[in-house]
Design a protein around this ligand. Structure first.
Ligand code: ADP
Ligand code: ADP
Ligand code: ZN
Length: 213
């Protein structure tokens, strides 16, 4: 099964993508996680991405598309994958469609996790991230067992720089401008599935599983 997750920053794409990956035994591929891992490791790719990310801007398509197409050509992706945070622009979506078509493949679903802007700022200010293993928590809705420490790997949790309210507003504007048009793109492709992302995490996941089967 090949899926992409759509939705505003903070809508719950990552939370749901991890559950989907576990249930359907496919890799969870988050472009944001790949960029953050590169920043942490101090690679050239990380350096390129960081200035854009800190400002709430998208990393340019020239950097992002090649990186993602490389990733999905690796062996562990042969049986499918769930993409989280890609595509974020129409050119990214078109490149993915084309790359898949050249191998006689296509996406099965684009799952849109729908959450209005009003709910997003609270979600983001409460989000805590583990830069060690990519796990995410929320101080109210999904708290770690020990405050400030990752349940999975024991590293310290952080408030991401780009989750501060000023940057969140910027990211929402970028989302409406560049990413939201993908909802229509995938509707036209006939693979759009929509879920109400304001429900609790378990209910959102149940709704997704009903669609994916
Ligand atoms: P969130 O899960 O909150 O939406 P991500 O971790 O997906 O955030 O992305 C964080 C940042 O990484 C984005 O604001 C953007 O700067 C960059 N990024 C991630 N994926 C992409 C992409 N597909 N295209 C361009 N930039 C991206
Ligand atoms: P995205 O990947 O779309 O940016 P995340 O999955 O990281 O979003 O979720 C953003 C924040 O909101 C995290 O702190 C997460 O724990 C929390 N969250 C995710 N889904 C829900 C939900 N259904 N209800 C309440 N909080 C949620
Ligand atoms: Zn961790």
């Amino acid at each position: 099964m090949k899926l992409v997750m759509l939705g505003a920053p903070g809508a719950g794409k990552g939370t749901q993508a991890k559950r989907i990956a576990a249930k359907y035994q496919i890799p969870h591929i988050s472009t944001g996680d790949i960029f953050r891992a590169n920043i942490k490791a101090g690679t050239e790719l990380g350096m390129k991405a960081k200035s854009y990310m800190d400002q709430g801007q998208l990393v340019p398509d020239e950097v992002t598309i090649g990186m993602l197409l490389d990733r999905i050509s690796q062996d562990d992706c042969a049986g499918g994958y769930v993409l989280d945070g890609f595509p974020r622009t129409i050119p990214q979506a078109e490149s993915l469609t084309k790359a898949l078509a050249s191998r006689g493949e296509k996406l099965d679903y684009a799952v849109n996790v729908d959450v209005p802007d009003e709910n997003i700022v609270t979600r983001m200010s409460g989000r805590r991230a583990c830069l060690g293993c990519g796990a995410t928590y929320h101080i109210v809705y999904n708290a770690p067992k020990k405050e400030g420490i990752c349940d999975v790997c024991g590293e310290k949790l952080v408030l991401r720089d780009d989750d501060k309210p000023e940057t969140v507003q910027k990211r929402l504007a970028v989302y409406h401008d560049q990413t939201q048009p993908l909802i229509d793109y995938y509707k036209q492709e006939g693979i759009l599935a929509e879920v109400d992302g304001t429900q609790d995490m378990d209910k959102v996941f149940q709704d997704i599983v009903k669609i994916l089967g």
